[in-house]
Design a protein around this ligand. Sequence first.
Ligand code: FAD
Ligand code: AMP
Length: 480
Amino acid sequence: MTQQFDVVVIGAGPGGYVAAIRAAQLGFSAACIEYASYDDPKGEVRLGGTCLNVGCIPSKALLQSSEYYDMATHHFLMHGIKADGVKMDVPSMVRRKENIVTQLTTGIRGLFKKNKVTLLAGHGGFVGTRDKQMWQIEVRGQDGTQTVVDAKHVIIATGSKPRQLPGIEVDNKLICDNVGALSFNEVPKRLGVIGAGVIGLELGSVWKRLGSEVTILEALPDFLSAADTAVAKEAWKVFTSKQGLKIHLGARIGAVSQGKNGITVPFQADDAAGDLECDKLIVSVGRVPNTDGLNGGAVGLKLDDRARVEVNDYCQTNLPNVWAVGDVVPGPMLAHKGMEEAVMVAERIAGQGGHVNHDTVPWVMYTHPEIAWVGKTEQQLKADNVAYRAGQIPFAANGRALGQGDTTGFVKMLACAKTDRILGVHVIGTNASELIAEAVVAMEFGASSEDIARICHAHPTLSEAMHEAALAVDKRPLHF
Ligand code: FAD
Ligand code: AMP
């Protein structure tokens, strides 16, 4: 007897597991198909996708450990703490990261049980329809078993995979994508990174703090071109001059080779040309949607020109009752964006009015200083001919930041010149990832800069910089 479900989700990353849980909460029979084991010691399927296994969570664990090391070796002294002989034990750091990952991926299994989501271990793909009523989905197990289940609704949440560069073969030993780069067992003396995006800068920062000489080659002529220009400028100054990351912009890469001197990457950049020699190379040139083996072609699933599943504002594909969420559809490849889409889809299947406001999805980079923003950048407002007022407050004018010994960066608020509605907020500094939440809430509620200016912020906190930035929009900051 073929198993039937109201909702079958393909992929158990943040988009997929959240969709399955929310569907089950809404009273649907829900199943989630996942095949990846990410080298699980027991060979079991691991839930949580890229994010939990080889993305957000492990990278943040390593960033935290390496930041503590950097603090102990470079910053404790200003607080009067002398910490001699501080040593980094890389295998312990990596083990800690793996324990966190295991805890969280096991936790998702627990959530599936609690919510009565059926886990179908295997590779999911479309077969066709049963009487044009139900979708037939094949689940191919690692042991070669093939089962077909019927689904009234299908949610595709198959995520993304690293983009490859032609001629550069990733072995995840010497030449690594995010998977290998999160598991080095020692600090490489010389680390090359191709791509100065979020992943390249975060992972480059981890190993730089632990002592690697890090050189990053970026194809674009501008640094962090998606960020507000003022933020990108500040970040460039801190990362290169203060932290010593070598970053070459406008870089074109030649044929990569391996020999006695390690890996050689010939390059020609705006400021330099030559051979970058390194012991490990991270290739972090973006990610591409993953539709491998989904067999979407057989049922006429429409992809766009970048091979992403084509969807409307409600994540509906061109096929009836087939939805898609997360990295496999257009929009920023961010876990929280996928999770929001997942909730929306489950609620729409239930006939509710779920929606996602893509204009208030926050962006975060967990370098030090952290970078976070929501809404429009100043350059976007200029390009769109929107009249705006800007307020910018440096953390150097914030008592808490001074007490913490870290005054790098600022908060910048952009508001409509006519209505004062907040259009964008940009933070570079300690805890930017947490501070941005206030701006997201404000923008979701259509707040004006005056609203933030009139809200009592605890003293002394970093959030006072947000308050002051709002006051600065009206040219009346109190402490700057
Ligand atoms: P994924 O997490 O990629 O999950 C898709 C799942 O589907 C995978 O488990 C895959 O095995 C499975 N799958 C694919 N095809 C099939 C199939 N046919 N059958 C069954 N299963 C299938 N985002 C943030 O928001 N914050 C961060 O700090 C952050 N840091 C990151 C750091 C790194 C190093 C990387 C690589 C990414 C980071 N991201 C971060 C991005 C984030 O990981 C992704 O946006 C998020 O994981 C996307 O979720 P998803 O569910 O769409 O896809
Ligand atoms: P992200 O999209 O945040 O993962 O960042 C990927 C980065 O890699 C972007 O800044 C791209 O411009 C950069 N990039 C893409 N292709 C190349 C390439 N061939 N050489 C160097 N950098 C690249």
